[in-house]
Write a protein that binds this ligand. Sequence first.
Ligand code: NDP
Length: 280
Amino acid sequence: MTARILDGKAIAATLRARLAAQVATLPFRPGLRVVRVGDDPASGVYVRNKDRAALAAGFSSATIQLPVETTEAELLATIRGLNDDPDVDGILVQLPLPPQIRAAAVLDAVDPAKDVDGFHAINAGRLATGQPGLVPCTPKGVMHLLAETGIALSGARAVVLGRSTIVGRPMAALLLAADATVTIAHSRTRDLAAECRRADVLVAAVGRAELVRADWVAEGAVVIDVGINRTATGGLVGDVAFNEVSARASAITPVPGGVGPMTIACLLENTLQAALARRG
Ligand code: NDP
């Protein structure tokens, strides 16, 4: 079997165009603000891409750049200002934060109604209890990609590799909400390969270059690779050994060009959702 490549770049472009068309009908521009502390070069690329995509889709977007020595109190004050600003619909605090700032305290200071990353405990709790709310962008993007495969998730065996609050846990919650039978695997899982081989749908989010090999994957499985790992030569690879797994899977996402572009498109989708909910 040769896997169908799920072209996240193209699917994200379609989603962004749909959002832009919807924004064009509104009497206001949904507002996104990204808060960045310090100048980590990797996150700089993401932040620029987010800004560019938001502006191109008709959102108002700006990055608030704070110096690396910003205190937690100063960052919290910035967030309070954005919470109170009626023109701001979505607030995203770029991670990682410098060590003097507690990420959990900062993420929980964002107004849950403007929490377009879906990281606030209220939104995480809503997702865990099956209530509507703002859902983390990367797993939301994966659900869009899975919808494209046409695979019926109801009753399917899904294995999520990774249990972070950013990807693994919300991913598992979304798959469960879609009636999949979900297993979450992690660094303490016994016989990871055997767990993965049981999957009709395998989502890898571990941050270990090419950990998932062909013999970890059932013939015909759908494989979604969330991982982004930099190689010694500066290239990017996922958590899945793409070439060998492509020969067994029925569908697979490439890295780059798979999940990554969907994350940004879903950030815009969340900002629009937050704007419509807040402004009525
Ligand atoms: P974290 O480091 O927070 O979590 C990694 C998870 O993988 C943990 O649950 C860890 O287990 C598990 N894990 C690590 N090593 C192994 C191993 N050898 N075997 C089994 N499980 C393992 O990472 P994130 O969830 O934030 O990100 C995961 C990957 O996805 C990264 O490559 C990141 O760059 C990428 N990413 C991509 C995005 C995109 O837009 N495409 C967005 C966000 C992330 P344990 O809990 O036991 O330690």
